[in-house]
Design a protein around this ligand. Structure first.
Ligand code: UDP
Length: 235
């Protein structure tokens, strides 16, 4: 049962429950981009993201990836383990798109020979800058033993999700993962894994099915997310 609000973010509300170690993530019908400058209310987005995220966490769990996911509670709520969240985001890219295209002066769509891994500092005031491992160490953002584990896990997740999406007609372009320490002391993937946090292109048509639809007004966001959910639910 939901109790008090622990935290409200741009796309989710985190609630405490009767059990101190378990939290409820409620997926809101809101979209935001460009550091919160562009915002919209999109009815139905929360339900789609909750279903997509739950399915992906289930798949990762089956493949031996430790995550905070316990179960989907309702169409827009997920039950998760409480985590002490690290202030570092790990981005893995298979194809150039978004910020890396501007940063490195490459063409969108450039296929990387190997997955490219980047770290970002979760800090609103600094606008989430890209940082390197040495910065993470100097700032003490994560326990030192966690860095190699996070990198290794992110690359494993990439292999699992790249194959999974490809088998459902979708190219996994890039994605962002967050990590934290669970009550049992283990480091796990936390937060959400949705088309808000991944770039997904239709393998056949190249159509963008993710949040870039909202960022760059490419088409109806719900239509893209609905296509993703429909495809990944097909066996
Ligand atoms: N991403 C995210 N949260 C962030 C920043 C990025 O989920 O705060 C995701 C984004 O949706 C994309 C990947 O991480 O799938 C890489 O994002 P990028 O660095 O290209 O930034 P963007 O251009 O999307 O702001």
């Amino acid at each position: 049962m939901k109790k008090k609000v622990l935290y409200e973010g741009k796309a989710k509300i985190v609630y405490e429950t009767d059990e101190p170690d378990r939290l409820i993530l409620f997926f809101k019908d809101t979209a935001s981009a460009f550091d919160g400058e562009k915002k919209a209310y999109i009815q139905g987005k929360g339900v789609l993201n909750c279903q997509i995220s739950s399915l992906i966490f289930q798949i990762l769990g089956e493949k031996g990836i430790k995550t905070h996911f316990i179960k989907q509670l309702s169409e827009s709520e997920m039950l998760v383990w409480r985590a002490e969240r690290f202030l570092v985001e790990v981005v893995v890219r298979n194809i150039g798109a978004g910020s890396v295209v501007k940063r490195l002066g490459i063409e969108e769509g450039k296929v990387f020979d190997e997955p490219l891994l980047e770290l970002f500092y979760k800090n609103d005031e600094l606008h989430d800058p890209m940082i390197c491992e040495e910065h993470v160490k100097v700032l003490g953002l994560v326990p030192s033993e966690a860095i190699p584990l996070m990198k290794e896990t992110a690359l494993k997740v990439n292999e699992i999700l790249k194959d999974f999406f490809a088998s459902h007609g979708i190219t996994l372009v890039d994605f962002k993962l967050e990590f934290g320490r669970l009550p049992d002391g283990r480091i796990a993937v936390v937060d959400e894994i949705t088309p808000d946090s991944m770039r997904l292109w239709d393998i056949e048509t190249g159509e963008k099915l993710d949040k870039d639809r909202f960022r760059y007004d490419l088409g109806d966001l719900l239509e893209g997310y609905t296509k993703v959910l429909k495809k990944i639910k097909e066996s």
